[in-house]
Design a protein around this ligand. Structure first.
Ligand code: SAH
Length: 398
């Protein structure tokens, strides 16, 4: 067996590790003793030789090291992954004891102690993303462990997107275990039925992180005229219809997403004339509503990530302000705005500032009734601020 690779940090660069933040950047590395391959496990030490724990080596990424463990005595092996996976599953068993929901995030990367690994469950299917060199290196072990825990479930891989390329990893998509993936998986969320396209849909197929916010919307829609902007496959729309909305309008640029939204309306027996959809750019659509003096009682704004990096925060802020300002103008007095940002780089205080600025410029007053976040199967690790990416506000507009 070859000797363990030892990575020594520069003086003072182990401070983040003292706060248990798992990332260490390339500039923090002083020396590497050995020749680690991409994804190899290495021992990390402070500049004066104190062992900090073991990490995965990412030679291509600015995030050069992702700590697996802060206990130098802990071995990184199948048992390690088994422990972390079981720990993640135990949380979900507590969160979803009933049978009205069968789709949730099983493993949420850093927040579940396995940096770079996402596993989402959709009824009888697990969809995995291996997004870091370390997760990629342990893929076979992780899949074997998932197979033994979730016997009989299909396992499908969707390792793609920005994070893969930053790690120097090629995109990979396809079946890892079980029988062929059908075009649609039908899932239950809070008793509502949804079709999910795990191979072609966004992320792993569905925005599981908005579950609780969708449920909250449903409780606020009795008799309301609801506009659901950036609707995707109609997650918020189904809750609004179930909650007794008089009219619900989905707006999205994706024809494919809207097609699935129509399927979801039928699956739930909501084809009673209350639902309509518009394939359009939300920025244009809101302006045309303003020009034709249309009004709504409830508006949802759940845009895609406007800021993918810190350098995009200013431009993203203008985008968020624009849609919030327009939406506030369309709301009847006393109307409700559910507004979100899923940009990790837009902090909660900044988001509040943007929405406050929008209200001021719209000539409306906004009162926050609830501060919203990602659903608890996407836990926020307090020691990893980046793990809180979804922020939202429920505002009463007067
Ligand atoms: N609220 C949804 C998730 C929204 S994801 C849910 O609960 O499932 C963001 C959506 O915005 C995607 O469906 C994407 O197609 C759409 N989108 C992105 N830019 C858009 C634009 N400028 N106008 C309209 N839709 C847009």
């Amino acid at each position: 067996m070859s000797a363990e690779v030892i990575v020594t940090l520069k003086a003072g660069r182990h401070k983040s590790a003292l706060k248990r933040h798992p990332w260490m950047f390339s500039g923090a590395v002083a020396t590497v003793q050995g020749e680690p391959a991409s994804g190899d496990t290495v021992l990390v030490r402070t500049s004066d030789g104190q062992p900090l724990g073991r990490a995965a080596w990412s030679p291509e990424s600015q995030i050069r090291l992702r700590m697996w463990s802060f206990d130098p005595a802990e071995r990184i092996d199948r048992e390690f992954f088994s422990r972390r996976i079981h720990n993640a599953i135990a949380l979900r068993e507590r969160l979803f004891p009933g049978d009205d929901t069968n789709a949730w995030r099983v493993i949420s990367s850093e927040a579940d102690g396995i940096p770079g690994l996402i596993v989402d469950r959709y009824a009888d299917t697990l969809v995995c993303q291996f997004l870091s060199a370390g997760a990629e290196a342990w893929k076979d072990v992780i899949v074997a462990e998932l197979e033994s825990i979730f016997a009989g479930l299909r396992i499908y891989e969707r390792s793609e997107g920005d994070s893969r390329s930053k790690e120097g990893l090629p995109e990979r998509q396809g079946l890892l275990s079980g029988d062929e993936l059908p075009e649609r998986i039908e899932v239950l969320e809070d008793g509502l039925r949804f079709n999910v396209d795990c191979a072609g849909g966004h992320k792993t197929g569905f925005y599981l992180d908005q579950r609780d916010n969708r449920i909250m919307l449903g409780t606020a829609c009795e008799g309301a005229d609801v506009l659901n902007c950036f609707s995707y496959t109609g997650g918020f729309a189904m809750q609004a219809l179930a909650g007794g909305a008089s009219q619900v309008t989905d707006v999205d640029v994706s024809a494919e997403a809207l097609r699935i939204a129509v399927e979801n309306v039928s699956l739930n027996g909501f084809d009673d004339g209350r639902y309509e959809q518009v394939e359009a750019d939300v920025f244009h659509f809101l302006r045309s509503c303003r020009d034709s003096r249309k009004e709504f009682d409830v508006i949802v704004l759940d845009p895609p990530k406007f800021a993918a990096s810190a350098s995009q925060v200013d431009r993203a802020s203008r985008g968020y302000k624009d849609i919030n300002l327009l939406a506030m103008k369309l709301l009847r007095p006393g109307g409700l705005l559910f507004t979100f940002s899923c940009s990790g780089h837009i902090t909660e205080p900044l988001f509040r500032k943007i929405v406050a600025g929008a209200a001021l410029d719209a000539g409306r007053e906004a009162h926050v009734l609830a501060s919203l976040s990602q659903a608890p199967d996407h836990p926020v690790a307090l020691h990893i601020p980046e793990s809180w990416y979804l922020k939202g506000l429920l505002c009463r507009i007067s």
